[in-house]
Ligand binder design. Structure first.
Ligand code: ADP
Ligand code: MG
Length: 330
């Protein structure tokens, strides 16, 4: 099922700016490990506007890296086409390379060169390059300029791999799962860096992730992809408003409510009893405003106390569940 939301269909809702990336009917066919072939990328079309942070969200194996590598000109498509700033990823590859920065998912660097030496070496591949010390300073690694990559923490290594994608001062940066495997603190540091690359350095950012919060936090627009196809594409808020329906109301009660009266409360679509020793419930509701007052009336009538009530708004996780029929992390 493909859901193109209302905003996605209206071209006047695209953010301002030129077209940075154009992907048209992209297909990549691979040999299946057991039998025949399959489409890892199965007819993708989307555009990224200049100045955007564009998130590609999907589970492992969705086709995110393959899509990025084709846009970057590192792989050829089976059919369809991609371009960056109007330069075809295949035909205009050399010209395109000077304008893009590429962070690979599994970066491996020469073991015996320091951070500073590596950046100078990468810079030498381009007609113009930024000074290594300026780059390291940008990501808080100036003090580590004589260190080897192997001596960095996970977060530092990720920051280095991002700045290594910026030696040629590109107009657009492609980041493939930049925070996978990092602890929450290091992840937040990286979010700040990615935001700064977009806002202060005015670079377009295309990033893949399988973290919902990350897509929600950083992206102006998000494409949810699954099995090589776009399932939904919009702003995070637009996706939640249009594709996630229910809030959840969670509470504990001093007495059991087993007679179905919770199901009868206005706007309630589902009742779940939590089995954690106390009488704890989660209600799915289309309208907490209708459900919550009615819940307190019911409590007063039955003479039970309600404790620890929380109302949770729907998230991108719910959107993902609605459009793909499963959770992102099973
Ligand atoms: N070179 C390849 N040969 C065969 N299958 C591949 C190759 N590269 C990726 N795949 C398969 O294509 C699918 C998409 O992979 P990938 O683009 O890496 O997904 P993601 O980055 O979203 O995890 C997966 O099923 C993967 O196993
Ligand atoms: Mg990948």
């Amino acid at each position: 099922m493909t859901i193109l939301t209302e905003t996605e269909q209206r071209t006047d809702h695209q953010p301002p700016g030129d077209n940075a990336v154009q992907v048209s009917n992209l297909v990549k066919t691979y040999q299946h490990p057991e039998d025949g072939t399959f489409n890892a990328v199965d007819g993708l079309s989307f555009e990224v506007a200049a100045g955007e942070v564009f998130g590609i969200l999907g589970p492992n194996g969705a086709g995110k890296s393959t899509t990025l590598e084709i846009i970057e000109g590192l792989q050829a498509p089976t059919s369809g086409s991609t371009s960056v700033f109007g330069l075809d990823s295949q035909a205009d590859n050399a010209a395109m390379k000077t304008r893009i920065g590429v962070q690979l998912q599994a970066s491996s660097y020469f073991e015996y060169l320091t951070l500073e030496e590596l950046l100078s070496l990468f810079g030498s591949f381009y007609p113009k390059a930024l000074p290594a010390q300026e780059l390291l300073d940008k990501v808080g690694l100036l003090g580590k300029r004589k260190a080897l990559v192997g001596q960095l923490s996970g977060g530092q290594a990720q920051r280095f791999s991002i700045v290594a994608a910026m030696v040629n001062d590109p107009d657009i940066v492609f980041l493939d799962e930049p925070t996978t495997g990092l602890d929450p603190q290091a992840r937040r540091n990286l979010w700040d860096l990615i935001r700064s690359i977009n806002e202060n350095d005015a670079k377009t950012v295309v990033m893949t992730t399988h973290y919902m919060e990350e897509a929600e936090e950083l992206s102006h627009r998000v494409a949810i992809i699954d099995a090589g196809q776009i399932q939904a594409l919009d702003t995070p808020v637009g996706l939640v408003n249009e594709l996630a329906t229910d809030h959840s109301v969670v509470f504990s009660s001093s007495g059991a409510i087993t007679d179905g009266s919770l199901d009868e409360l206005p706007a309630v679509t589902n009742v779940e009893q939590r089995s954690n020793g106390v009488h704890s419930y989660a209600l799915a509701t289309r309208s907490p405003q209708q459900t919550v007052p009615a819940l307190f009336q019911l409590a007063a009538l039955r003479r039970f106390e309600i404790d620890g009530l929380a109302v949770n708004a729907p998230t991108l996780e719910d959107v993902f569940l609605n459009v793909t029929g499963r959770r992102l992390r099973d």
